[in-house]
Design a protein around this ligand. Structure first.
Ligand code: S3P
Length: 427
């Protein structure tokens, strides 16, 4: 589907963004290996978390939807069953990487594969620590999926310092740690999203500026209720939409405000973005609140690098749109891992920003440009990547005339109603 988007006169209204993708994956994964029935409110019914659910279904975990809630009938830590075919993680890196941690501890062999994009993404980052724990994982020569995971007698607890700042790697090791003898520790020098440790109630400590998370093997998991907040990474698109469009005010209710995820709000405020947070509260262990966003004259002159990068890793494409519509310079460094996302997001962002008329320098670990906010509409390529499609869809709202986004249906990965919501806000 090619999506056409015209310049918006004004965006107004109140919306709720769908449930957090990271938390939705984890709620299903933990629910299936807990004892009892897990009740999930706000589960993200989008392609990625549905991949996790279907992998679990293939391993004998049943679920039902009732009154808008998802119930997972957990079978305990050793309750998964051998699937009859290859597990399909679709486009979802989180499914493949986190699930591999659980699969490494099973008493049966499994194979897990994904679509053409996922099967090109690096898996060495999880194969290495899981192998140190005693897991047997075979991959392609390039350390990509399909992964074939063989059963082992027992996993060993390890202490592992993450070589890449990645919540997916941290979580894969912690989940494997549930099946290991002893206490597994993951050490990270740059804090990444902490949903796994919150949801498992793990102990965390900070020593010499490093974050250390511990999990004890064999710990009993009891089913809980999860109330999933709106995904801040999805809200980010409408926050930027409200800031860059004239005469606009958007209210976004019930957005997750976990501090490991909200770096983008600080960046946008530094650019002069008028964003208010109201009704801040903690629901089921996660801070949430309402965001009120008003049109703003943005100025950038920012270099984003260092510790903030893991916090804003999924928001860099949409932050680059805010910067393109601002006056000033914008540079992202230390974000090489953007090349390993659903697509190479450095290439995708640079190509589409150039199509808007910007001169963009591309680096191995980021990109830079100077904007005078003199941009033009064009045909933008989604690269079949949901966040690229949404970012340039939002960019188009403040460009003269009509722009187009290719393969715009890829928003189904994390935000199936994205284009309808955008339509509803236009006045
Ligand atoms: C995620 C972690 C991040 C993020 C992804 C979801 C998670 O990936 O980009 O969308 O749920 O743990 P990395 O851990 O690879 O940075």
């Amino acid at each position: 589907m090619i999506k056409s988007i015209s310049k918006a006169k004004s965006l107004r209204g109140e919306i709720i963004v769908p449930g957090d993708k990271s938390i939705s994956h984890r709620a299903v994964m933990l629910g299936g290996i807990s004892n009892g029935t897990t009740e999930i409110t706000g589960f993200l019914e989008a392609a990625d978390p549905l991949s996790t659910l279907s992998c679990y279904r293939a391993m004998g975990i049943e679920s039902k939807v009732e009154n808008g809630k998802l119930f997972i009938f957990g079978k305990g830590i050793h309750g998964l069953q051998k699937p009859s075919s290859v597990l399909d993680a679709g486009n979802s890196g989180t499914t493949m990487r986190l699930l591999s941690g659980i699969l490494a501890g099973q008493k049966f062999p499994t194979s897990i594969s994904g679509d053409q994009y996922l099967n090109k993404r690096p898996m060495k980052r999880i194969i290495d620590p899981l192998t140190k724990m005693g897991a047997k994982i075979a991959s392609t020569e390039k350390y990509t999926a399909p992964l074939n995971i063989s059963p082992v007698e027992k996993l060993r607890a390890i202490e592992y310092e993450l070589p890449v700042a990645s919540a997916q790697v941290k979580s894969a090791v912690l989940l494997a740690g549930l099946y290991a003898d002893g206490v597994t520790k993951v050490i990270e020098s740059k804090q990444s999203r902490d949903h796994t440790e919150r949801m498992l109630n793990l102990s965390t400590e900070e020593i010499n500026g490093k974050n250390i998370v511990s999990v004890t093997g064999g710990m009993k998991l009891t089913a809980k209720e999860f109330i999933i907040p709106g995904d801040p990474s999805s809200a980010a698109f409408f926050v930027v939409a409200g800031l860059i469009s004239k005469s606009s005010e958007i209210i976004i209710r019930n957005v997750g405000l976990n501090p490991t995820r909200t770096g983008f709000l600080n960046v946008l405020r530094q650019m002069g973005g008028r964003i208010r947070i109201e009704n801040e509260r903690v629901v089921a262990g996660e801070p949430i609140g309402d965001l009120i966003v008003t049109s703003s004259e943005l100025k950038s002159n920012l270099i984003l690098q260092g510790d903030i990068i893991p916090n804003i890793i999924d928001e860099i494409p949409i932050l680059s749109i805010a910067a393109a519509h601002a006056i000033g310079s914008f540079e992202v460094r230390g974000a090489k891992d953007l090349r390993n996302k659903e697509t190479d997001r450095i290439v995708a962002v640079c190509k589409n920003l150039r199509a808007m008329g910007l001169t963009v320098d591309e680096f191995e670990d980021g990109f830079a440009f100077d904007s005078k906010n003199k941009l033009f509409n064009n045909n933008f390529e989604s690269f079949d990547d949901h966040r690229i499609a949404m970012a340039f869809g939002i960019a188009s709202l403040a460009l003269e005339g009509e722009s187009k986004i290719t393969n715009a249906e890829c928003v189904n990965i994390s935000y199936p109603n994205f284009w309808d919501t955008l339509q509803i806000l236009q006045h």
